[in-house]
Design a protein around this ligand. Structure first.
Ligand code: URA
Length: 241
């Protein structure tokens, strides 16, 4: 027997947290009865529906997308904008993004229907290093870089120490390219950190997620992760098979 929210997440219906909301708000039935209790355990013979749609266990899939600018990192957008899921063709399973990249941010985004792995990858306890490259206005001083390496607090939100590397600068154009490595996944984290020390981000790309890189992918392309890559992500998050 498994907890209902876990079964929903594994089936690719939603992330664990979203599944909990679906349950408590009365969208989920088990054997035709609405269940709002989060601890409810279900087995393989129970008939589960979400808004009357049967939940069928699916094979887990893991996809890497080179996200372009101008798409939202959700499975459905209430404003009707193009989503990252719209860009992925030929994957029959319902998948959703692991964390987010901003609408204007490009780069490496994982999508899966494996709720357990997605939850672990976005959990502060397991969060893996993410490497971003930012073009900023201005050329960061050593002092600004030092502040970010120590961690900064913006509007009451504390961002953990980041690794910073000044890749290049153009004093005439008043811009610089900075590599930023963080392990948290807070909203707009890189933009907020850099703006806080006086260097607003003009352009942002995530180049690496843990050991995964965009090598071989063009902007907008996606590919399945290799079995050994999935295994390594599971190992990193304590889900070794
Ligand atoms: N930090 C940001 O500011 N934006 C992103 O999309 C990702 C990290």
């Amino acid at each position: 027997m498994e907890r209902l929210q876990k079964v929903l997440a594994h089936a690719g219906v939603a992330s664990r947290r979203q599944a909990e909301k679906l349950i408590t708000s009365g969208h989920v039935r088990v054997n035709a009865t609405v269940v709002t209790e989060l601890g409810t355990k279900v087995g393989v013979h129970d008939k589960i529906t979400v808004d009357n749609v049967p939940v069928v266990g699916e094979a887990p899939v893991y996809v890497m997308l080179y996200k372009p600018r101008g798409v939202v990192s959700t499975a459905n957008d209430d404003k009707g904008r193009k989503t990252v899921v719209d860009l992925i063709e030929n994957v029959p399973q319902r998948i959703y993004p692991v964390g987010r990249l901003d609408y204007e941010t490009t780069g490496l985004l994982l999508l899966t229907n494996d709720g357990e792995l997605a939850n672990r990858l976005t959990h502060p306890k397991y969060e893996v290093d993410k490497v971003y490259v930012a073009r900023v206005t201005g050329v960061p001083t050593n002092d600004a870089m030092r502040q970010l390496r120590k961690g900064v607090t913006v509007d009451g939100e504390t961002y953990a120490p980041a690794k910073l590397k000044l890749l290049s600068s153009d004093a005439k154009k008043h811009t610089a390219i900075v590599q930023v490595t963080i392990h948290e996944g807070k909203n707009h984290e890189v933009r907020k950190m850099l703006a806080a020390v006086g260097y607003p981000v003009e352009k942002l790309k995530r180049e690496q997620y843990g050991f995964l890189t965009l090598k071989g992918l063009q902007n907008g392309d996606s590919r399945y992760l290799k079995p050994e890559e999935v295994k390594e992500l599971k190992r990193l998050t304590g889900l070794a098979e």
